[in-house]
Design a protein. Structure first.
Length: 131
C-alpha cells in the first residue's frame, strides 16, 4: 500500500556535487571582484600665496648619475618617485627617496642627484601663483 521512495546513491552524489559546485562558484565569484585600495602617501596643509594658482604635473627623467645644479621651483608641492633612487638636498638636509616614496618640496633652494643604477623618474606636482 505504501510506496517506498528509494534514492539511488548516484543521484545523492550528483546532487551533493552540484550543490558544492554552486556554493564554490559563489565564493570564487565574490573573491574575483577587484577591490579599490586607497592610501594617503603624503599630506601637508598649504597656505596658498594667492587665490589663483597654476597647478602643474611635471615628469622629470634623470639619467644615470645625473645631478642638478642648485635651483628652485616656482612653487612647493608633493613629489612622487616613479623609478630609481634620488638624493634630494633641500634646506641643508639630505634625504634619499626610492620608488613609491612621496615627499614634500618646499620650493627652497635644492639639488637632486640620481644615485641609482638606472635612470630615475620623478613626478612633480607644483602649486605656483598664476601670473
Amino acid at each position: 500500500m505504501f510506496k517506498t521512495l528509494t534514492i539511488k546513491p548516484a543521484k545523492i552524489i550528483l546532487a551533493t556535487l552540484a550543490t558544492l559546485l554552486l556554493i564554490n562558484a559563489q565564493v570564487v565569484s565574490a573573491q574575483d571582484k577587484p577591490t579599490l585600495n586607497r592610501a594617503v602617501l603624503l599630506e601637508n596643509k598649504v597656505e596658498l600665496p594667492s587665490n589663483n594658482i597654476n597647478a602643474k604635473i611635471i615628469r622629470v627623467t634623470f639619467p644615470i648619475a645625473f645631478k642638478t645644479s642648485w635651483h628652485t621651483h616656482e612653487g612647493p608641492g608633493p613629489r612622487y618617485v616613479v623609478k630609481g633612487k634620488l638624493n634630494v638636498v633641500e634646506g641643508g638636509k639630505t634625504n634619499t627617496y626610492s620608488v613609491g616614496d612621496a615627499f614634500w618640496e618646499s620650493g627652497d633652494l635644492m639639488s637632486v642627484e640620481n644615485i641609482g643604477e638606472d635612470s630615475a623618474e620623478l613626478i612633480i606636482f607644483e602649486l605656483a601663483p598664476d601670473k
